[in-house]
Ligand binder design. Sequence first.
Ligand SMILES: NC(=O)c1ccc[n+]([C@@H]2O[C@H](COP(=O)([O-])OP(=O)(O)OC[C@H]3O[C@@H](n4cnc5c(N)ncnc54)[C@H](OP(=O)(O)O)[C@@H]3O)[C@@H](O)[C@H]2O)c1
Length: 331
Amino acid sequence: MEQRALGGSDLRVSALGLGCWPLGGGDGWGAVDEQQAVATIHAALDHGINFFDTAEGYNAGRSEEVVGKALADRRDRALIATKVSPSHTTPQALRESLENSLRRLQTDYVDLYQVHWPMPPENVDGAIEVLEEMVASGKVRTLGVSNHGVQQLDQVVWTGAPIASNQLCYSLLARAIECELGPACQKYGISIIAYMALMQGLLAGVYSSPDEVPEFRARTRHFHHSRGARHGQEGHEELTFQTIAAVRGIADDLGMPMATLSLAWVMAQKGVATVLVGSRKPEQLLRNLEAAEVVLSSETLRALDEASRPLRDAMGPSIDLWQGGERRRSF
Ligand SMILES: NC(=O)c1ccc[n+]([C@@H]2O[C@H](COP(=O)([O-])OP(=O)(O)OC[C@H]3O[C@@H](n4cnc5c(N)ncnc54)[C@H](OP(=O)(O)O)[C@@H]3O)[C@@H](O)[C@H]2O)c1
């Protein structure tokens, strides 16, 4: 599989990475068969994926434990990325978080340590100092952020810390980063790690109407707030499903699964180093891996742009998919 540079770091990440959130179960994903989760991670490694993304917050560390178990005897073949929660960004909490993550991951270093959501502004300078100490000690190889908007990225970059990546939601149903943030990342030489490229199954064609989408996967601003969401907005359900139908039409014309096409589209976008895909079964992962072989023609890219542009315009420039208006967390 193609490998790409991650920002200015010395990491070279596979163009498709494994998102390990669903592998830890809980959080609305339901029960997970640990053997199957471990087999999925091994299948990824055996088929050229070297990048595995998890977080201390995924099912209270359970996802990190599964990743640790699966990679314990293959550590040198894998790049492990994990994340610290913004509520743990005081110096002491940050140090404890890293130690806890290392223990659960059964390793003495992480390849990429990311701040999961923007920290309280008053924590930034102190946290960056500690993060840089972690790099100097060898416990962390590279620093990254996640869900940071332009202003928050500026604040972190201006500390002078070498930030390699910003992990962001990016898919045919969530293109907000194209407005300002993508260009800002490029200006700073920061790579994009794209997450939820399949919108948790929506772009794999799993659901044929908004009502079929389970509540946990219907909390984004695409859906009406009555679906258990925190954003308080009306949503764009009709337009979302029109967009999915249009993408499906293009995939059918190409004779390609919609999931493959959707992943290949994100992989082809400017500034994207790797696209995370969550897959809970080896068979599902292997199907998704076909995206790594696809080269989309300019005609197909144009058709996908046109199909997803009305939703992009309706959703607006905010990159926080779960909270709206004044309560959004990314600026
Ligand atoms: N930084 C952040 O704030 C943030 C937020 C969200 C995610 N992430 C990262 O990004 C990764 C990916 O996001 P995600 O796992 O939430 O979403 P995703 O990759 O869009 O979707 C994963 C789910 O989609 C379904 N799926 C995958 N391939 C499929 C296929 N070919 N056909 C049918 N269904 C398919 C599976 O659901 P079933 O298991 O039900 O089959 C799978 O669990 C996460 O694992 C995590 O590492 C980061």
